[in-house]
Write a protein that binds this ligand. Sequence first.
Ligand code: ATP
Length: 237
Amino acid sequence: MADPILSVRGLSSGYGDFQALFDVSFDLAEASVLGVVGANGAGKSTLFKSIMGLLPRGGDMVAFRGKPIGHVRSDRMARLGIVMVPEGRRLFRSLTVEENLNIAADHGRKGDWSPRRVYDLFPILGEKRRQQATQLSGGQQQMVAIGRALVANPDVVLFDEISLGLAPIVVNDVYAALPKIIETGISAVVVEQDVDRVMKLADSLVCLVEGHVALSGAASEFTKAQLTAAYFGEEPA
Ligand code: ATP
């Protein structure tokens, strides 16, 4: 692999005395998609929170373009070039679509991604840009959450279960945007429970089981049966 843009090395993390991640390591290649799968409670959100500095992470456990970033505070990560689309979206509900995007743009970096470009990607948001987030459907809110990540002009986006709670047809619309985002040079880590979807989308895969990496490598190396078996914690045949 070319030099990775994001590296996780021996990451252990948790909540007080409870350890949720054990010695997790992987690399994200530039302009690629890494899929992270695992059952409920496997540690996927904990992984993202640790990378973002919302949970403690040791100094050398996360590196960005080869430099350790364990000391970087969570509120500085967007300026560094790493943003997260969190599970549950977390929009400012009383603000309009445009206001949500503008706030995120103010906390990010300068670059080509603007609210206008987000409206090109998701035209429905352009139509609804003066509406409050509460007036949008779940899928539209998810598009705002993705747009908010993009207007920070990141190099890396961590997508946490963007399909959660959405109807299948809406999930297709949301996921259709991902290749267009990657084409612009952004690298992505995508947490997703739908194994079929991840296998279609990702260049490389990590499967977490109870906080441990049960399987990792190029997506082309694995069959669906192997990934599903790892997901359920079965030993390889
Ligand atoms: P899901 O798909 O359900 O979101 P996940 O793979 O993202 O699951 P995590 O949310 O990372 O899993 O949880 C990993 C472990 O950490 C679980 O055992 C969970 O109960 C525990 N955990 C998560 N959040 C907290 C918290 N705030 N305090 C204590 N334990 C937590």
